[in-house]
Design a protein around this ligand. Structure first.
Ligand SMILES: Nc1ncnc2c1ncn2[C@@H]1O[C@H](COP(=O)(O)OP(=O)(O)OP(=O)(O)O)[C@@H](O)[C@H]1O
Length: 220
C-alpha cells in the first residue's frame, strides 16, 4: 500500500504552520519525519490520521483520494504524544480491546510479568509509553503513525521497539517522528525534514547539517 499526503496547508489563525507538504510512505518501509520543536510534525501526523483538518490537504491510498478521515478506514493506528489508554484501565483489558495476546508481549518484555492486573495509571511514564507503543505497533493495521515513541524509554527498550518496528514494517507502512534523530536515521528507509513549513526529502543525511537541523559535525 502506498500512502501519500500532499498539498497540505495548515493555519492557526493567521499563522501558517504547514505549506506545500508532500510525504509518501509505503508497505515495507519506515518513513521518518525530523524537525525542530514546533515545526509542525505532530500537526502533520494528526492531519494524516484525521484528527486535525487543514485548510487544504490531499490524502491518497494507492493513488486513490481518500475523503473520509483515515481513522474511519480501519487501516491506520496512531500513537499520539499524549496517552490514549484510560488511567483506570487494566493492562489485560487494553490488550483484549486491541486483540493482542498478553503472553506474546511478556515473551518480549519479561519485566512486565505479573502486570496484567495493574491499572495503567500505576505504571511509570516509560512503562506507559512502551505499552502504548507496543499496542499501536502490533495491532491490526496497514499504516502506523508514531509520534515520539522513544520519549521516556530506557535504551534497551528503545532497541526492542526498533526491532519490533523492523518486524512490523514487513506488512505495514510506518511513519515515525522523534527527536532521537540517530534512531530515526538508523530505522528509516526515507527521511523527510520539516522546515520552514514544508517537507524536504533527504537524499544524504549530511543535508540535515546543511539545512541546520543538526549542528555541523553532529553526524561525524
Ligand atoms: N491547537 C493549536 N492552536 C494554535 N496553535 C497550535 C495548535 N496546535 C499546535 N499549534 C502550533 O503549531 C505549531 C506546530 O506544532 P506541533 O505540535 O505540530 O509541533 P512539533 O513539530 O510536533 O513540535 P515538538 O517537536 O516540540 O513536539 C507550533 O507552533 C504550535 O504552537
Amino acid at each position: 500500500m502506498i500512502f501519500e499526503l500532499d498539498n497540505v496547508e495548515l493555519y492557526f489563525k493567521s499563522k501558517r504552520i504547514l505549506n506545500g507538504i508532500y510525504l509518501k510512505a509505503e508497505t515495507g518501509m519506515v518513513t521518518g519525519i525530523l524537525g525542530s520543536n514546533g515545526c509542525g510534525k505532530s500537526c502533520l501526523l494528526n492531519i494524516a490520521f484525521g484528527n486535525l483538518k487543514a485548510k487544504y490537504q490531499l490524502i491518497r491510498l494507492d493513488s486513490k483520494p481518500i475523503i473520509k478521515p483515515l481513522y474511519n478506514t480501519g487501516l491506520v493506528k496512531f500513537l499520539p504524544q499524549h496517552h490514549f489508554i484510560p488511567n483506570g484501565m487494566k493492562l489485560k483489558k487494553a490488550f483484549q480491546l486491541f486483540q493482542l495476546n498478553w503472553k506474546d508481549f511478556i515473551s518480549k518484555f519479561e519485566i512486565f510479568t505479573g502486570f496484567e492486573n495493574q491499572k495503567f495509571i500505576n505504571l511509570s511514564g516509560g512503562e506507559r509509553r512502551l505499552i502504548e507503543t507496543y499496542i499501536i505497533l502490533k495491532s491490526e493495521s496497514k499504516i502506523v503513525l508514531l509520534d515520539e515513541p522513544f520519549s521516556h524509554l530506557a535504551p534497551l527498550h528503545i532497541e526492542s521497539i526498533k526491532q519490533l518496528i523492523i518486524e512490523e514494517k514487513q506488512h505495514k507502512a510506518i511513519i515515525i517522528s522523534d527527536h532521537m534523530y540517530r534512531h530515526i536515521i538508523d530505522l528509516s528507509d526515507a527521511i523527510y525534514l520539516l522546515k520552514n513549513s514544508t517537507t524536504k526529502l533527504i537524499d544524504n543525511i549530511k543535508e540535515l547539517e546543511d539545512y541546520k537541523y543538526l549542528s555541523v559535525g553532529s553526524l561525524s
